[in-house]
Design a protein around this ligand. Structure first.
Ligand SMILES: Nc1nc2c(ncn2[C@@H]2O[C@H](COP(=O)(O)OP(=O)(O)OP(=O)(O)O)[C@@H](O)[C@H]2O)c(=O)[nH]1
Ligand SMILES: Nc1nc2c(ncn2[C@@H]2O[C@H](COP(=O)(O)OP(=O)(O)OP(=O)(O)O)[C@@H](O)[C@H]2O)c(=O)[nH]1
Ligand SMILES: [Mg+2]
Ligand SMILES: [Mg+2]
Lengths: 292, 274
């Protein structure tokens, strides 16, 4: 446990006294190691440790808190502060429908999340339209149709092989025509370094003007998550992030990296394969998980 | 000691950043750099070569494909967590073996995920091989058994069995996987001949946890690193090889049926250090 480890490395400091720069170095190394083991990006961890150091040097050691726990508390607070202190919901359009575009790498969980998000809106009394914007992957349209039928949500589709930009545009037009309050557009998985597919995504965005472009990121992602988030933020523009597959034992440090490099809030966390296994993002819970 | 080896603190830190950012992991990076210090290389080129050699040493010599007793299908079971690339990798392997002149069959033993069998149906048609499937919700072990019986009856050379993605931490799902393996062996003793654990190149340290638990459950005979055409370096395979002795057999380099290559350790290490 990180608190215990820090206490051991601060064992010179038992009574009252300030944490000096010298005795904090080993504690900081321990924290940095823990963050890296949790998949936080190397540079993000480095910057983060600097912030913790500045807060900790000269920090009064509280009488009843061991210095190790004190530093852990600072780390925890800074993690929460970095990741956003409150749940950030989906932005709504002032004139229906609210358009949500889901993007991300292959296999990150977009299609599954599309259904989960649709279910969430449905439960709050707003009937969504799902748009099968992945016309490339074998049976992707079928996958979304099945998920839609399982929750009684309509899916707009033009089959595999159709032009994805056209499908997205027509799907949003359909949502407008039928007065859907929300339309969720799924897209194919793509690499941030695939110029052609990133251009396709920009065309899609221009065609449908989403209120929310959400980057769906696999919660088990490692160092590369920072680069992916950076690319999607710079080359497309995103409004928020969704972290998936956090029902496993991945520490989820990608959450910190993605937030740090994109500046965008993590809005939801997917915690299972079932359609109702979706949670609003809780920064404090994520902080505890990352610290292990 | 650092001065004697020519690996000063600054150089060590620079290498540490490269390795960590390649997902090698903290502990493995420390072991590698400690060994490098002892190697006593002096100068940037010598250090780089020493590092390259030590990584190649970890990866070891690729092992031969197991020899299959003739007269029955070679059974390859694909396993791994959700969304890593199992189904697509299966299609690529099918195409590869078919191109080598073998008679290939696919088994859609993912009976859980929406449109999983349909996805494999599209691939079976594209590659031009038979597929055994049942309805959604069927017992995956039953599909596997069915497929192997059918493969045997038809003189198939290679049977590739797809399974549903599952997190290694889900006990009941791992038990289901063990059952699929047992049932194959029951149908034809000695099968599956290969169990390929598919890992996503973008996965971080969790890949080690995945490898540990999948190893415990179904004894993988090799790894496939999918999505290596992205920017992730999959450095975690070093720790997996060191701790669990698992080799990478193939790498996935794209979404097309031809985007699969045999693992090339030198190219992998060069990309990792670039
Ligand atoms: N355990 C778990 N599995 C998930 C979660 N979200 C999605 N999955 C699974 O992850 C796999 C991939 O999900 P998809 O929704 O197909 O991913 P995708 O991003 O649409 O994939 P592409 O369209 O190919 O890019 C499926 O097996 C899903 O059931 C989650 O939160 N937890
Ligand atoms: N770029 C790239 N994409 C890949 C590669 N392998 C698979 N994919 C893509 O990754 C996504 C998931 O692939 P699947 O084969 O469905 O993965 P899976 O492990 O069978 O997923 P589940 O059955 O849902 O657990 C698809 O969009 C594939 O096209 C690869 O080597 N490179
Ligand atoms: Mg999808
Ligand atoms: Mg699959």
């Amino acid at each position: 446990d990180l608190g215990e480890k820090l206490n051991r490395s601060f064992k010179g400091l038992l009574g009252r006294g300030k944490l000096s720069e010298k005795n904090i170095e080993s504690g900081l190394r321990e924290i940095r190691r823990s963050l890296l083991e949790a998949d936080v990006h190397y540079k993000v961890a480095k910057d983060f440790i600097q912030v913790v150091k500045e807060r900790s040097v000269g920090q009064e050691v509280l009488g009843n808190l061991r210095p190790g726990q004190q530093v852990v508390r600072i780390v925890h607070e800074e993690l929460v502060r970095l990741m956003g202190s409150a749940f950030t919901d989906i932005s709504r359009s002032r004139s229906a429908p609210t358009v949500i575009l889901l993007v991300g790498l292959q296999g990150s969980g977009k299609t599954t999340f599309a259904a989960k998000l649709a279910r969430r809106f449905q439960k709050s009394g707003q009937q969504p339209l799902l748009v099968a914007g992945d016309t490339a992957r074998p049976a992707a349209v079928e996958q979304l149709k099945i998920l839609g039928s399982e929750i009684d949500v309509r899916v707009f589709e033009k089959g595999s092989g159709a032009d994805p930009v056209e499908v997205a545009a027509e799907g949003v037009r359909e949502a407008r025509r039928l007065n859907f309050p929300v339309v969720i557009v799924d897209s194919r998985g793509r690499l941030h370094v695939d110029g052609e597919l990133m251009e396709e995504l920009r065309k899609t965005r221009d065609a449908i003007a989403p209120q929310e472009t959400l980057l769906v990121v696999d919660g088990m992602s490692g160092q590369d998550a920072a680069r992916v988030a950076r690319s999607f933020a710079d080359d497309l523009g995103i409004d928020g992030v969704v972290l998936t597959k956090l029902d496993g034992d991945a520490r989820g440090g990608a959450a910190l990296s993605v937030r740090a490099v994109s500046g965008k809030p993590i809005k939801f966390v997917s915690v299972g394969e079932k359609v109702d296994q979706l949670e609003p993002f809780h920064p404090d819970r994520m902080a505890s998980r990352i610290l292990g | 000691a650092a001065l004697a080896s020519g690996l000063d603190a600054e150089s060590r830190e620079a290498l540490e950043e490269i390795l960590i950012e390649a997902d090698v992991g903290v502990a493995a990076t420390q072991r590698i750099l400690d060994r490098l210090e002892k190697a006593d290389a002096v100068g940037e080129d010598a250090i780089h070569n020493a590092l390259r050699d030590s990584l190649l040493e970890v990866l070891g010599r690729a092992r031969e494909e197991p020899e299959i007793p003739g007269g029955r299908p070679r059974v390859i079971l694909l396993v791994g967590v959700n969304g890593v690339g199992k189904t697509t990798t299966l299609a690529k392997l099918a195409a590869r073996y078919k191109a080598e002149g073998m008679r290939v069959m696919m088994a859609a033993a993912d009976t859980f995920r929406a449109a999983a069998a349909e996805q494999l149906e599209v691939w079976a048609e594209r590659v031009g091989v038979d597929l055994v499937r049942q309805r959604s919700g069927a017992d995956p072990a039953a599909v596997a058994y069915d497929a192997l019986e059918s493969a045997r009856a038809r003189g198939v050379d290679v049977l590739l069995v797809d399974t549903a993605g599952r997190l290694h931490t889900k006990h009941n799902l791992m038990e289901e996987l063990k059952k699929i393996r047992r049932v194959l062996d029951k149908c034809e003793p000695g099968t599956p001949d290969e169990v390929l654990l598919i890992l996503d190149a973008t996965t971080g340290q969790n890949a080690l946890s995945q490898a540990r638990l999948f190893k415990e459950a179904v004894e993988p005979t090799g790894l496939v690193i999918a999505k290596l055409d992205g920017t992730a370096k999959a450095g975690i395979v070093l720790a997996i090889r060191e701790e669990l002795g698992l080799d990478v057999r193939f790498v996935g380099l794209g979404e097309g049926v031809g985007d699969l290559e045999r693992f090339a350790p030198e190219a992998f290490v060069d990309a990792l250090l670039s």
